[in-house]
Design a protein around this ligand. Structure first.
Ligand code: ADP
Ligand code: UVW
Ligand code: MG
Length: 401
């Protein structure tokens, strides 16, 4: 029998599934794809095999199970279906792992139960992750399914940064603390940044700014995470596409008592109808920058509020780390929106932070420095690769037995 050296990575979101089939011997992506708008009237599947044409189709995906079956069919059409003996494991992105999961974990019924218990603290994410796991298990019950947790990289955050200043007994009873998310990305990007600097991760202090639909900052000291902006749930911290980020908790009481909104309505408001969307009716940074460029006031306010919050965390983590060697921008906005990077770092020469406008405007998929030679702090764009990191961690778990 051929050796099993391939990992299928599934990143199931609330209405999408991103997937990659990776050959671990050389890191080749045998297939990369995305199913969008699951549960909507028309969905879309885009599948790009390593050999052959990109295939795109519009059709209905009633639920995640239908989407994953379609993915399995696309892979089978390329001769690399889920029944392939070369498949070593399926690696799943799981957003909330609570305090218990500090490392990649082979999924058993009991592990799945614990992931389910954490649904209330990751309502946008864990339910989709669970569906992905259930469908994949049904399709290949014999194969190891490995969960790689967004929270795992943050388990090193010291108590003084992870604890909220509330009654300890209440916090302990309800497991209320900062868990942090996007850890797989923060880990990958902080290491890739050290590589870009030609240094060992243990030697460098990095502030990672993961700016996607969800967004978070992390302070990484010598390869170890010491603080991050998301908290008990992925709602705290930066202004995001549809999430408010930091807010006075008093706003919640006010909206409930005076505004008459129910807790569920407030949850929906802060998670799905706030952030950039709430400020200007749009959550795509491309569109916001275009509108702001044309003088649209709401879009300008949304952009400015986004950048202001980002700068607060940048300054805060500078103080937390004491010495900063690099600032790394990553994910959809961080990798592509030069104006966001420029505005986030503007006027910080006193802190040794500078951005070279010409380097900043270069478009490339590669990790690259955007600060001038003389800048004390290296500012860089470092594309994240959560899928590769998940695949590597899953592969390691399977090989350790
Ligand atoms: N060229 C671009 N310029 C500015 N923003 C972009 C660009 N391309 C993508 N984005 C932003 O990236 C965001 C998505 O980031 P991504 O990391 O893919 O998110 P997620 O993985 O959380 O779905 C989109 O909301 C979009 O605003
Ligand atoms: C945790 C989180 O916010 O993830 P995403 O950015 O994929 O929504
Ligand atoms: Mg993402």
């Amino acid at each position: 029998m051929r050796e099993a050296t391939r990992i299928l990575v599934l990143n199931a979101g609330s209405s999408s599934v991103k997937y990659q089939l990776i050959e671990m011997l050389d890191g080749r992506r045998l297939a990369v794809g995305l199913v969008e708008k699951i549960g909507e009237r028309t969905g879309r599947l885009v599948h790009t095999p390593i050999h052959g044409e990109r295939r795109e189709s519009e059709r209905v995906f009633a639920d995640h199970a239908a989407a994953l079956k379609a993915v399995a069919a696309e892979l089978a059409a390329d001769g690399v279906g889920l029944d392939s003996p070369e498949l070593a494991a399926i690696g799943h992105r799981v957003v909330h792992g609570g305090k218990r999961f500090t490392a990649p974990t082979v999924i058993t019924d009991e592990v799945l139960k614990e992931i389910r218990r954490l649904v209330p603290v990751a309502p946008l994410h864990n339910p989709a992750n669970i569906t992905g796991i259930e469908v994949a298990r049904a399709l290949r019950p014999d194969l190891p399914q490995v969960a790689v947790f967004d929270t795992a990289f943050h388990t090193t955050i010291p108590d003084h940064a992870a604890r909220y200043a509330i009654d300890t007994a209440v916090a302990d009873e309800h497991r209320v603390r900062r868990y942090g998310f996007h850890g797989t990305s923060h880990q990958y990007v902080s290491r890739a940044t050290a590589r870009l600097l030609g240094k060992d991760p243990a030697e460098v202090n990095v502030i990672v700014l993961h700016l996607g639909n969800g967004a978070s900052a992390a302070a990484v000291a010598g390869g170890v995470c010491v603080d991050t902006s998301m908290g008990l749930t992925p709602l705290e911290g930066l202004v995001m596409g549809t999430r408010s980020g930091d807010i006075d908790p008093g706003v919640v009481f006010h909206l409930h008592r005076v505004g008459g909104l129910s807790i569920d309505e407030i949850d929906d408001l802060l998670n799905r109808r706030s952030g950039l969307l709430g400020l200007c009716g749009e959550n795509d940074m491309r569109e916001i920058m275009r509108r702001a460029e044309e003088g649209d006031q709401a879009a300008t306010l949304a952009f400015d509020a986004y950048v202001h919050r980002l700068r607060k965390y940048l300054g805060g983590y500078y103080a937390v780390l004491g010495r900063v060697d690099a600032i790394a921008f990553t994910a959809g906005v961080g990798e592509n929106a030069a104006p966001v990077r420029a505005a986030a770092c503007a006027g910080l020469t006193e802190l040794g932070i500078e951005v070279d406008p010409e380097l900043n405007s270069v478009r490339s998929g590669q990790a690259r420095v955007i600060s001038p030679e003389y800048s004390r702090v290296v500012v860089a764009v470092v594309p994240t690769d959560e899928e590769l990191e998940i695949a590597q961690q899953a592969y390691t778990v399977v090989h350790q037995g």
